[in-house]
Design a protein around this ligand. Sequence first.
Ligand code: ADE
Length: 340
Amino acid sequence: MSAAITSFAPELLAWFRQHGRHDLPWQHPRSAYRVWVAEVMLQQTQVVTVIPYFERFVTRFPDLASLAAAELDEVLALWSGLGYYSRARNLHRCAVMCVAAHSGQLPDTFEALSALPGIGRSTAGAMLAQAHGQAHPILDGNVRRVLARYHAIDQWPGAPAVQSRLWALATAHTPERQVCDYTQAIMDLGATVCTRSRPACGQCPLAGGCAARAQGLAGALPIARPRRVIPDRHRYWLLINDEAGRILLERRPPRGIWGGLWSFPEQDAAPVHMPGPPLAEVQHSFTHFRLHARVVCATLDCSATQDRDTAWFGPAELHALALPAPVRRLLLDQLPGITT
Ligand code: ADE
């Protein structure tokens, strides 16, 4: 094996002892359940954001059984603000499946774990490495960046052929021993030293073997995804009150954007009788489109509320609801008094 491969893990592990993160809440205690919850939260969200959500989640649901027994609504409410809600729905489904088919435990083999919803190859690897010390590679965004630089891979890492090459490299670097620390170490290096912009190569334990650094390419790699123009989607959000000061919300269909969360009744066109200009405008970017929502006053007889899963909520009830982050901001911060 080349020096670029053999020295990688030992150098990274030596760095980790001094500079890695050793006080993350899912490390103390480190159980399969807690590692799983953390890894799913961390799939699209940074550590600083995840920590308070993680603490609240495991306080309310300390184990698989309590999560499996919960109503999905409560799980979504605890997830409210983290985004990518299919993660929460899959977490709940997984818990139910493990109680039904795995005697109440998360499986500890790669095949069984990666067959569960929401657990891809990298998450399964991260869980097995951290919870059970099994040597499996991981390849999340941080690791992809570290490897693309270390090996000076000058193609977009999302392309399937490049992805295979990165997995092969990730596998070659993963040590048989100390894999729990190694897994945390490579993620920590990506998050704190080998950062997306202005990497701190002067502090990097791998700088000596880094091909991108040798070629002056560290700042230029990895190659960004080819630019895609995402379409705009314009919608109207209807603000409907009753005499008691409650607000009408709609539970969104289980599949799709914000599935299962409570939001304003929504329609494509402006309501026929719009008493005034929009009260607020919201923009929110999703992977495939950018949403532009206008919040407008409306009345109950408008068509958007027919045959929908709607309910009235008083101001005191809004806090505990599973609301998408922009809806939460509107209802609780930006439009004070609208529900009274
Ligand atoms: N991203 C995904 N898993 C992580 C972890 N265990 N620590 C830090 N960042 C992560």
